[in-house]
Design a protein around this ligand. Sequence first.
Ligand code: FAQ
Length: 318
Amino acid sequence: MTEITSLEERFQAKIDADQRIEPRDWMPEKYRKTLIRQISQHAHSEIVGMLPEGNWITRAPSLRRKLGLIAKVQDEAGHGLYLYSAAETLGVERDELIDQLHIGKAKYSSIFNYPTLTWADIGAIGWLVDGAAIMNQVPLCRCSYGPYARAMVRVCKEESFHQRQGYEIMLTLCEGSPAQKAMAQDALNRWWWPALMMFGPNDAESTHSAQSMAWKIKRFSNDELRQRFVDMTKPQADYLGITIPDPDLKWDEEKQKHDFGEIDWDEFWKVVKGHGPCNKERLAARVKAHEEGQWVRDAAVAYANKKVNKISNNSQVA
Ligand code: FAQ
């Protein structure tokens, strides 16, 4: 047996026994690369995901709504930071990951390439997008890689607050005037299908699922999580009194789950490949924010250097 084979066997045995892999443990190169890919795409999604909602902070309809939305957008920035830190434990530099995002090489979730046209979209994002994110991310709290799993615990708690604030916005609109209820329905019409796309391609088309599940990075397949999301969300839409825009959506008594229509996969891949309604706008806004924040990073580095110099001067005096 070669040394690598026995290391791989020990690694897989640890995974099979549900033990965590930590940064200093031996891991196959492909496991490391898969994690960097998924965690960095996830981090990018959080910081690009701030943009569609950030647009509405100045237009929130009340002080209470503004406070809730500011808190949510700040949370998304925090999630990005935990996730970049988790990726860095795998030996990659944050600057490199951010550069890949800015030159359009790195992926981030397709959902954030759709526009936010009305205030109801902020409700729909919290309800559906954060709802889908929770469905996908709660199992990641049991991911085999320790730093990613631990980051997810706090992220999921915060996503849960985001989902509630979104649903409450939808409920208020649906209990309001006919025009407000129509806004809520219009937002559901536009966000439903993109929310289903967040779970990724069907299992048969998912290139990474089988290996990621064997490594217990992913605990459930894309289709399993999408199905759970549909089953969870349909009664919530019924409670709001609005209709999910899918004529094929119906309860299957025998299977004890909902059947639902086919996703427009051409649209999904178009968006993933950079040709969605807002891809260019989102990347331009990200690059601009990064460039305008350069002075903050410079100041932080200058301050850190000053502290290090002070400590080394003090130790020379002593
Ligand atoms: N968009 O083989 P699979 C949030 C790509 S955070 C774009 O199935 P995998 C919080 C995939 O990367 C939302 N690309 O891949 C928030 C791969 O491409 P590659 C983000 C997608 O990794 C809320 C290729 O297709 N969440 O919402 C998408 O096994 C509100 C083949 O796919 C996460 O990142 C997509 N939707 O499964 C923030 C969670 N789907 O790399 C602000 C962690 C697939 O070969 C406001 N990630 N692709 O070039 C995951 O669970 C997984 O990575 C999946 C994809 C399930 C997303």
